[in-house]
Ligand binder design. Structure first.
Ligand code: ADP
Ligand code: ASP
Ligand code: MG
Length: 432
């Protein structure tokens, strides 16, 4: 049993969709689960749609809906299929667009709060993507079963950052897999195709999401539930590198990483893998392969229970769009356990992560993602006890296991607002 995950970049156009089919035919022998996320930058478009609906800007919302429709049409029209099949793909798209529109109308009438609304709408990116990939697979005669991930991944109701309810999820995934395999004709190969990034709240039955870029994590949840032998995430890069090659063209591939190295890199923001991906795999000793969909025969990076030689690879991680919050207690009381508990509770409740935090006697500084829909509620809660100063337009640079020479080269000319050094990890909040 293996789990393959194809992200937005791999299905951003017709060529990509056709390539996914070829890759699965060539490399996906045996029982396979496939996770596919939204096509290209669809999730960003859906976020602007949610914002328009939330502000009751209905004409703008309808305009974005039209753009989404066109963007998907442009992806499926060039697929190498006959006219009847092309029409079939268009019908699949139209059905899903109609469902999305009906849902938008329903939620507009109900004035659903932003974070909940977000989850109900943004998941359409993955639903439409997998519906189209599934229709294309059928046209190509590739036997598989499409399943709604909401029926498998049970979560709590932490909108936009939902937490998996492991017991229920594992039993649902196992039950579905057994049913599906039981129903499959002998030797047909058994492939299940599902969406990344989404789940369903056990109590309300509403859809939830696992945090941006969460489809890698979905693949890992499924692999955990299925006791898979491997997870393979197909990316537009050769593997995990010592820096983001989009920012550092000289970045080099890291052919193997221990779970520990990978979990640290992703924790500090190496966005090639979602940070929650590693833990379930480590718990079951399942290796993760990060592999290029452009050069599939290259080895990529294998993350697993390698002999930890205590030699970490030096790497650089840049987290953009950061914001520094500087809190000072209003009555000059110490930011002790009580203050810290209050701050971290507010962060936890709103699903906002402290990417860097430091406190002195009466002040607390933290660097967070600049997401106003999470940050502003946190600020509102803390305003009762703290004066808050906000600085936007920042990046968080994390340099791991770097020599002094490399560090000063990388930071030359940068305006650093705040820095912290812990062991071999040096972090800098830098003005963009
Ligand atoms: P997906 O298509 O699965 O959503 P992502 O776009 O989330 O894939 O991840 C791939 C991107 O991650 C690459 O294009 C690259 O720019 C970026 N990236 C950031 N850090 C690294 C790193 N250390 N190694 C490789 N790629 C990285
Ligand atoms: N489509 C979602 C996003 O862009 C999830 C994912 O791609 O992993 O965040
Ligand atoms: Mg992505």
């Amino acid at each position: 049993m293996r789990v393959f995950k194809f992200g937005g970049a791999s299905v951003q156009d017709a060529e990509g969709i056709a390539r996914v089919h070829r890759l699965v035919c060539k490399y996906g022998e045996g029982p396979l689960w496939m996770v596919v996320s939204a096509m290209g930058k669809t999730t960003n478009q859906l976020e602007t749609l949610v914002q328009a609906v939330h502000r009751d800007q209905w004409p703008q919302a309808m305009e974005i809906l039209g753009q989404l429709h066109e963007a998907h049409q442009a992806r499926i029209l060039p697929l190498p299929v006959n006219t009847t099949d092309s029409k079939r793909l268009m019908n699949v798209l139209e059905d899903w667009m109609a469902k999305l529109k009906a849902d938008l109308e329903g939620m507009r009438a109900k004035q659903v709060p932003y974070n909940c609304l977000y989850d109900q709408i943004v998941v359409y990116g993955e639903l439409i993507s997998t519906a189209l990939v599934s229709a294309y697979f059928e046209i190509q005669g590739f036997v598989h079963t499409w399943v709604d991930a909401g029926d498998l991944l049970v979560t709590d109701a932490t909108w936009r950052d939902a937490r998996i309810q492991w017991e229920e999820t594992v039993s649902k995934v196992k039950a579905f897999d057994a049913l599906h395999r039981g129903a499959a004709p002998p030797n047909s190969g058994t492939c299940v195709l599902t969406q990344g990034f989404m789940g369903q709240d056990a109590v309300s039955g509403l859809r939830t999401t696992l945090g941006r870029e969460g489809s890698d994590f979905t693949a890992s949840v499924l692999a955990y539930a299925l006791d898979a032998q491997e997870v393979c995430v197909w990316k537009d890069v050769a593997g995990v590198m010592d820096a983001d090659p989009r920012l550092f063209p000289m970045a080099r591939i890291l052919p193997s990483l221990t779970y520990r190295e990978a979990v640290e890199m992703t924790y500090y923001g190496a966005s090639v893998i979602h940070p929650r991906t590693i833990q379930p795999l480590q718990n079951k000793g399942i290796p993760l392969r990060v592999r290029s969909f452009l050069n599939p025969d290259e080895g990529g990076t294998v993350i697993g229970e390698m002999q930890d030689q205590g030699r970490f690879s030096p790497c650089v991680i840049v987290k953009k769009n950061q914001c520094l919050l500087e809190l000072v207690s209003k009555d000059f009381s110490f930011v002790g356990e009580e203050g810290l508990a209050m701050i971290y509770k507010a962060l936890y409740d709103q699903g906002l992560k402290a990417n860097l935090a430091r406190h002195t006697a009466v002040s607390f500084s933290l660097c967070v993602d600049n997401d106003p829909y999470k940050r502003l509620p946190v600020q509102d809660i803390l305003l009762t006890n703290f004066g808050i100063q906000v600085t936007e337009g920042l990046s968080l640079w994390t340099l791991m296991h770097q020599s002094d020479k490399m560090r000063s080269g990388l930071l030359a000319g940068k305006q650093i607002l705040f820095e912290q050094h812990l062991g071999n990890v040096d972090q800098y909040v830098v003005v963009d």
